[in-house]
Write a protein that binds this ligand. Sequence first.
Ligand code: ATR
Length: 273
Amino acid sequence: MIKAGVIGYPISQSKSPKIHGYWLNRYGIKGSYTAMAVPPDEFAHTIDKLAADGFTGFNVTIPHKQAIIPFCGVLTPNAQKIGAVNTVFIRNGILHGDNTDAFGFTQNLDEKQPNFDWTAGPAVVLGAGGAARAILYALEQSGVSQIYLANRTKAKAEELAAAFPKVRVVDWERRSDVLENINLLVNTTALGMVGQEPLTIDLAALPAAATVYDIVYSPLITPLLAQAKEKGCTVVTGIGMLLHQARPGFQGWFGTKNLPEVTAELEELLLKN
Ligand code: ATR
């Protein structure tokens, strides 16, 4: 029995057990994927225990994505540049820390819009939290030549601009003024999520040829995406990013030849509850 799982605190909100459970079943693999609620003071002890118990790896979620770094003997370039780990592979007792959020972000758009040209123009990114960092990395890796970054707390955007040379910081209040000629608009903030205020932005200057990508997936069509659709823009929902980021972990832990597939059935399963 191959063992993997996810560590977070709290953990009940995690959709990862459902995703990996679906794939274990689909590919007929004798394995388990367990959700583990681990408070910070039990973190070190739990990591040692998982390795001793024969886990082949695990996902790490809030609040441990940075705390795991000192435990990793190896960090992938993605994890180093993003400064956070969400996927760990245990090989010969050594923890290999990876970050698959950038992969998830890029794969989702490439799959939904196979003709999307990342280099066709600048991108605008809203928000400067953990997700934004992975997305800036993904955009730079995909060859986006210029990225405008707006965040309510400007200092956080400036910190990211120092790490990513293609980024130019824009005042949060001016977020509607940089949309002319852009190719891609990405919301990485929590705005628009159930229970949060909607994201307010004036899309008048946004070209109809632009793509709008919201990483919020509850609701699937956020007020931002609804507004963008009305303009005739292509929209990309956030559920796919969550699904795609899970693929490299599954392949590594359970030893499948190929990355597991993101199917419509899996997407529906996650959206149901
Ligand atoms: P994640 O890891 O999902 O990116 P996070 O690190 O908590 O989560 O980041 C949340 C992002 O949403 C931040 O960019 C935050 O802006 P601040 O840096 O100013 O906090 C943004 N955000 C949350 N609530 C917001 C609001 N009401 N208005 C504008 N931005 C908001």
